[in-house]
Design a protein around this ligand. Structure first.
Ligand code: CDP
Length: 224
């Protein structure tokens, strides 16, 4: 397997296991893991901090003008996200961010802003990147495209576990409602909607362990 200049696009809905799988595959296959969702989360965090509330009609062109984004790819496969030079990797993982991210992700200017960053990073690295529109919009010519899916109940269980492991309060019903809401927002978006690319491999992970999914992806990469 040669990992020079390859782009592995992993799309799918919230809680389908994209990020944990992508991190582990990055580690095993010698790729850099780019977390596109973290960039939308960072823009949401900045908007909440500076504008108080995220509402339709905010001037998102001015908001992105105030922002510099960076990601650092760590040796353990993780990715650290910087907003205006500050590490916000922890601050962006809250339910409050998830509840407000829909409006931010709907903005064409925000999407173009983030996609420019991602494409410039990919120019210098072999990457595995997860998101919603990676295989359709950001990298339609990606080397390998995978669409990870899972049932709403399984995705709720995974997200609840993730919060519990971090010592956060877990209200399973509210997590489930938010996953359902975010699915609708992500699927109905005018630009960059969540959608399986025609040439993506579809994988329902509901009955697969993370390890099994990682192995399936690594086998696919080995065949490149
Ligand atoms: O980790 P989780 O699946 O909850 O989501 P994420 O990957 O952190 O993405 C959070 C949100 O960012 C998504 O629900 C989308 O609204 C937005 N997003 C997007 O619009 N396009 C992407 N390529 C990645 C994320």
């Amino acid at each position: 397997m040669s990992v020079d200049g390859i782009i592995v696009a992993v799309d799918g809905p919230a809680g389908s296991g994209k990020s944990s799988v992508a991190r582990e595959v990055a580690l095993r296959a010698g790729l850099k893991y780019v977390d596109s969702g973290a960039l939308y989360r960072a823009v949401t965090l900045h908007t909440m901090r500076t504008r108080g509330k995220v509402v339709e009609g905010l001037d998102f062109s001015s908001i992105i003008d105030e922002i510099t984004l960076q990601q650092r790819y760590n040796d353990d496969g993780t990715c650290t996200t910087f907003l205006n030079g500050d590490d916000v990797s922890e601050d962006i993982r809250t339910e409050q961010i998830a509840a407000n991210i829909g409006i931010v992700s709907d903005q064409r200017v925000v999407r173009d802003f983030i996609n420019n960053y991602i494409r410039s990073w990919a120019a210098d690295n072999s990457i595995i990147i997860d998101g919603r529109d990676i295989g359709t919009v950001v990298f339609p010519d990606a080397t390998l495209k995978v669409y990870l899916d899972a049932s709403v109940d399984e995705r709720t269980r995974r997200r609840s576990l993730e919060y519990a492991e971090k010592g956060k309060d877990v209200d399973v019903n509210s997590i489930k409602s938010q996953i359902i809401l975010r699915d609708t927002q992500d699927e109905d978006r005018q630009f960059g909607a969540l959608k399986k690319a025609n040439d993506a491999h579809y994988l329902d992970t509901s009955n697969h362990s993370r390890e099994e999914v990682v192995t399936i992806l690594c086998d696919m990469i080995n065949e490149i």
